[in-house]
Design a protein around this ligand. Structure first.
Ligand SMILES: Cc1ncc(C[n+]2csc(CCOP(=O)(O)OP(=O)(O)O)c2C)c(N)n1
Length: 659
């Protein structure tokens, strides 16, 4: 192995050595603890340390680095206190996640580290988001994100590289090519030879380094970082290396030919670098022993502190409270009485415009939302007012854009993402339910992202442009779901959703965009998230609904003049207003829950269960539901009308009242 010291001082070279040795010595200790049953799981990075260490030392301390599961050296290289790191591994409160997540699954803004979620690929787009924030704030900072060779087979890899290229994001994509993804060798993972061959395909530079040569890694990344700080753009760096142990300790190494271990043992990053430093006269055996002893002492001390800590004592209240970033909404009233007739679509456009004025760090992202104005023209004119850097057309990549939203949030930005149709959110689902929704609970990082969801049927758009999919998210702790039914609420609740530092899915029924209008305040205002309202007061039954359901309920009830209903518009589905539900049930004793979504597993099921459990004493009849058929949304209008619940509503009301 050839080391080119260039102009590096002896001190710098020794610092690299110490930084390289530390993760190795920690790992050796961890393997002992694992055998003793004192820790539960370990993903070894032995043999690959030069990549983590070279990378972390090559960056400035305030530059974000996004490691994976074998990158212990990133954490030690950023000076994370060992007792805190060990407490994290042991699930203790002194760690980074209050015992809620394991190993390296955490971030620390203090150390400018964002840790992974298990799904690997989503990490890459978060790096894009941080780099976008750096560009927007003109910070001139690089961001570095790791991926294993296996992880690059995920679509997230493609999306993140592509957006980074198109948006000139200063990200170093560092691929640790260690030949295996769990037991799968590279030839069963991909057909190309080198990762550097991929760079030109994305229009980005790509470099290959010997990942076992710490000096080469350090020097290459340092230059790359310097380069992209000045001229922001992504760079792909492939580091060739080998995993000297199993995927994780329990999985063994039977699937790897023995001769590979023998070959790579000769390329050990620490042994070789140490030999070089000794040969150069920079290190002596005595000095090496002194360094080793110092690190070992630090490890023992860290372990002692971490082991002495008690296991977490569960406190259900704080468990539940930490799901969301702490936030007390302050209602904003319009400053004047001036109001104008606005359609649903205009109300949303007004909310977006005024929120953009109010929050200079609010970024809009979505497909075709800039000059084209979005497919529903909701964002028309915004790019002219706020410019292309804040109103961003995105490539076709829902997953990356949601991940970018989280990255922006890490850097204190807000974002609103337009799904072209709510149906397409499936392609960003993982980022929403696993990354945005869980990050506050896991490591106290909020996701200040609103996802606008043009939803619903009735426009003959077929199974992939008509779905109601709020229930997919309703089941996920950490998200909020807002679903207005009229222009007044659309504006007030959209503004409120943008103010809220938590991730909010904001549903907008497409068929309402241009169908209804209302006089609403011209000024900026907000309405309370989590609060239902009565769209009609009545006595014979309660219709609990939201979105288009409110309009159907009003229409059908007007054809039943002998009956009157409380029509409760939930407006927010997560968290939903239990108090308002209880009040109306108490008043009428008869409950019909109505939604456009398919019946089975819809939000109505949860509300019905809750009413059955907590309001049983007020009921004068069964809790009934009406929703769409349990089929995909059909295209032809007669089929679609049959699918939707409206045609069945009148009967259902009459049956319930007659009960
Ligand atoms: C989406 C997803 N699928 C499968 C897994 C299980 N898994 C964890 S790590 C891993 C292999 C990753 O290989 P690579 O990216 O090459 O990283 P390495 O482990 O070699 O460092 C797999 C399959 C996962 N965590 N996430």
């Amino acid at each position: 192995m050839h080391f080119n010291r260039k102009e590096y001082s002896d001190t710098a070279l020794v610092h690299l050595y110490e930084s390289l040795l530390k993760p190795r010595l920690i790992e050796e200790k961890m393997l002992i603890l694992l055998r003793q049953g004192k820790i539960s799981k370990w993903f070894s990075g032995i043999g690959q340390e030069a990549i983590s260490v070279g990378a972390v030392l090559a960056l400035e301390k305030e530059e974000y680095i996004l490691p994976m599961h074998r990158n212990l050296g990133v954490f030690t290289g950023r000076g994370v206190p060992l007792e805190k790191l060990f407490a994290q591994f042991q699930g203790k409160l002194g760690g980074f996640t209050k015992g809620r997540d394991r190993s390296f699954h955490f971030g620390s803004n203090e150390h400018h580290i964002v840790g992974m979620i298990s799904h690997l690929g989503p990490q890459l787009a978060v790096a894009d988001g941080i780099a976008l924030a750096s560009n927007l704030a003109q910070e001139g900072k690089a961001t570095l994100v790791f991926s294993g060779d296996g992880g690059t087979s995920e679509g997230d890899f493609h999306e993140a590289l592509n957006v980074a290229a198109v948006w000139d994001l200063p990200v170093i994509f560092l691929i640790e090519n260690n030949g295996y993804g769990l037991s799968t060798p590279n030839e069963e993972q991909f057909r190309f030879k080198n990762f550097i061959d991929k760079g030109p395909g994305y229009g980005i530079d790509a470099l290959q380094v010997d990942g076992n040569n710490v000096l080469e890694v350090y020097d290459t990344i340092q230059q790359a970082a310097r380069n992209i700080r000045e001229t922001p753009r992504p760079i792909l760096i492939e580091a060739l290396t080998f995993r000297m142990r199993g995927h994780e300790e329990a999985s063994g190494t039977k699937y790897v030919p023995q001769e590979l271990f023998e070959q790579w043992a000769k390329k050990d990053p620490i042994v070789n670098y140490e030999k070089f430093l000794v040969k150069e006269g920079i290190l002596t055996d005595r000095k090496i022993q002194r360094i080793r002893k110092g690190i070992q002492k630090e490890i023992e001390k860290g372990l002692e502190i971490a082991f002495s800590e008690e296991k977490p004592i569960p406190d259900t209240l704080s468990e539940v409270e930490d799901v969301y970033a702490p936030y007390v909404q302050q209602l904003v009233l319009p400053t004047s009485k001036i109001s104008s007739e606005r359609r649903f679509v205009d109300a949303i456009a007004d909310g977006l415009k005024q929120s953009m004025e109010r929050y200079p760090q609010l970024i809009l992202m979505g497909q075709d939302i800039a000059e084209y104005g979005g497919v529903f023209k909701v964002t028309e004119g915004l790019v002219e007012t706020f410019g292309k850097s804040r109103v961003r057309n995105t490539p076709l990549c829902e997953s990356a854009i949601v991940g970018i939203g989280l990255g922006l949030s890490v850097k204190g930005f807000k974002s609103v993402i337009e799904m072209q149709f709510a149906d397409f959110v499936t392609c960003g689902f993982n980022q929403i339910v696993n990354n945005l929704a869980k990050s506050h609970y896991r490591w106290q990082q909020n996701a200040d992202v609103v996802i606008r969801m043009p939803t619903g049927a009735g426009v003959a758009a077929g199974p992939f442009h008509s779905q109601s999919n709020e229930a997919w998210f309703f089941h996920t702790p950490g998200l909020k779901i807002v679903y207005p039914s009229n222009p007044y609420d659309a504006k007030g609740l959209l503004n409120a959703a943008i103010e809220d530092p938590n991730p909010v899915l904001f549903f907008e029924h497409k068929a309402l965009y241009r169908a209804i209008a209302q006089s609403i305040p011209d000024d900026y205002y907000t309405e309370e998230v989590g609060k239902a309202t009565l769209a009609n007061h009545g006595d014979d039954l309660s219709i609990i609904t939201y979105g288009m359901g409110v309009h159907w309920a009003l229409e059908i009830m007007s054809s039943l003049p002998h009956l009157s209903a409380d029509i409760l518009d939930l407006r927010t589905l997560l968290p939903w207003d239990k108090e308002a539900v209880e009040q109306t049930v108490k008043k009428t004793g008869k409950v019909l829950i109505l939604h456009e979504d398919c019946l089975t597993g819809g939000i109505g099921a949860e509300i019905a269960a809750w009413v059955g459990e907590y309001c049983f004493q007020y009921l004068d009849g069964p809790v009934v539901r009406e929703g769409s058929l349990d089929t995909p949304v059909p295209f032809a209008p007669p089929l679609e009308q049959n699918f939707l619940p409206k045609g069945r509503l009148k009967n259902k009301i009459e049956e319930l009242v007659a009960f």
